[in-house]
Every structure is written in structure tokens, then in C-alpha cells.
Design a binder for this molecule. Structure first.
Ligand code: MN
Length: 259
């Protein structure tokens, strides 16, 4: 005999209590035909009460549109540099490493996620993608184009904070984690010109942009560092994921609590 769940086509009756579904963009290694993501993204979303899934880096908009429709929020993860041609430049530094196919997918996703006003969390490369998607541009190579006493590309796996970040009072990030943060730093590029609609939320002691948001949206926040690599031992990093997952839950109407 069929269970009630089977008769419903497998649809559970308690979906309103399900965790919000959060789509993560993976890295893509075309030469090795490999799609991958660091588990810390998944772990941080799970710990904040979200249900993470990897998004397909698919050709064509139909698949992406269907996947975006089903997700309650999108997390743009870290990765290689954005192709300079995407923001009207060419690489004069010889240092830029890109994945144009991933650019194509993520620029589309960033714009469509914002258009649908679904929550968007953009981490490291994700912030750069968000800025380019909305018309801003990037430093191609921080060490040669914008030398600093701060090593924005730290050694190691990034589980230790390396530099301070000053968060501007009254911004979304300030509400989530306060004014002074210690963050890790694993980025080669960074925001040079902020996109017209984005607002700067935080900067490093050398004045480099470290976080931005899009006011007027449900939740559209990008950070230049990697909170997922600090969240096991850093409350401010956990707070970023909790706020994002809460926004996804509010969007979805689902009620289950963080674990
Ligand atoms: Mn940094």
C-alpha cells in the first residue's frame, strides 16, 4: 500500500518546516572536468540552519532559471579572477587567472537573484562578481596596482584572521556584527570602482573596500574575506551566515529554527 507521502508524489506535508534551500556556486576546473567546493561553505550554511545544494554550472538559461526558482537564496563562493573584459579592461599585469564560463553563469545568477529579490550572500570572488554585475570594476592585481602594507593574499588555508576591517555604522554588516572585525584575506583582486547601486559597508586600514551591500533589497551582502573559514571559532562570521539564512527563511515562509 502506498504511504501518504507516496500518494502525494513524494511531497511532504511539512514542507513549511523545511530548511531554506540555499544554492551555492561551485568552482569549475575545465581541464580536469571537475566541479568542487570547499566544505566550509556547506558546513557554515548547515550550522546556520540552511540546506545547502551545489548549483549546476549549466549552459543555457533554462536550467539556471529553474534552479534559481527553487532556491530560497544564493551564495556566490570564492574562486578565480573575473575576466577583465567583463568590465572594460584587459590584463596588463600578467597575473589574472579566469574561468569565463563561471563568470557567465554567476553574473547571470547575481542579476537574476537580485531581480527576484531573493537573498544573496557573496563571498570574496562573489563580491567581485556582484560589483561587476552591477557595473563596477576591479583592481586586476592588488600587489602591483595598489601596493599595501597589508597582505591581502595571506599564506595558508585562511582559517586565521589577518587584518582588521572597519565597518561603517548604520550599514547591514554593522547591524549583523558590529564595527570592528578581524578577518582573513585570500584575495588577489578587489573592488576598484563601486557599482552605482552598491554601498560600501567596510574597509581595511589601507582603505581597500572589504564589504558592500545593495540597500532596498531583502538581503544582498558581499564580503571580501571568507567568513566560512572562520565560522568554527568566530561569532561574527557565524552571525553573517545566520542573518543570510534567516533572510532566506523569511523569503521562503519556512519556519524551522537554526541548529
Ligand atoms: Mn583583505
Amino acid at each position: 500500500m502506498l504511504s501518504e507521502e507516496s500518494r502525494n508524489g513524494g511531497k511532504r506535508n511539512d514542507m513549511k518546516n523545511a530548511r531554506p534551500l540555499i544554492g551555492l556556486t561551485p568552482s569549475l576546473d575545465i581541464a580536469e572536468r571537475r566541479v568542487w567546493v570547499r566544505p566550509a561553505y556547506m558546513e557554515s550554511v548547515l550550522a546556520a540552519g540552511g540546506l545547502p545544494v551545489l548549483l549546476p554550472l549549466a549552459e543555457g538559461e533554462d536550467t539556471l532559471r529553474e534552479v534559481l526558482d527553487r532556491c530560497d537564496g544564493i551564495l556566490l563562493t570564492g574562486g578565480p579572477d573575473v575576466e577583465p573584459e567583463r568590465f572594460g579592461q584587459t590584463d596588463t599585469t600578467g597575473t589574472v587567472v579566469t574561468c569565463p564560463f563561471r563568470d557567465e553563469v554567476e553574473l547571470w545568477l547575481a542579476r537574476k537573484t537580485l531581480a527576484a529579490d531573493k537573498p544573496l550572500l557573496a563571498i570574496c570572488r562573489g563580491l567581485q562578481v556582484l560589483n561587476v554585475a552591477l557595473g563596477g570594476d576591479l583592481w586586476l592585481d592588488l600587489p602591483s596596482q595598489r601596493p599595501s602594507a597589508i597582505a591581502h593574499r595571506q599564506e595558508g588555508i585562511g582559517d586565521k584572521a589577518m587584518h582588521s576591517v572597519h565597518v561603517f555604522p548604520g550599514t547591514l554588516l554593522w547591524e549583523i556584527c558590529g564595527e570592528n572585525l578581524q578577518v582573513n584575506s585570500l584575495h588577489h583582486q578587489a573592488i576598484r570602482t563601486l557599482a552605482p547601486r552598491l554601498k560600501l559597508m567596510a574597509e581595511a586600514d589601507d582603505g581597500l573596500a572589504e564589504a558592500a551591500w545593495l540597500p532596498g533589497k531583502r538581503f544582498a551582502l558581499g564580503v571580501q574575506w571568507h567568513p566560512e573559514l572562520l565560522s568554527a571559532h568566530d561569532e561574527a562570521s557565524r552571525a553573517i551566515f545566520r542573518s543570510f539564512v534567516e533572510a532566506c527563511r523569511a523569503y521562503s515562509g519556512k519556519t524551522c529554527q537554526a541548529v
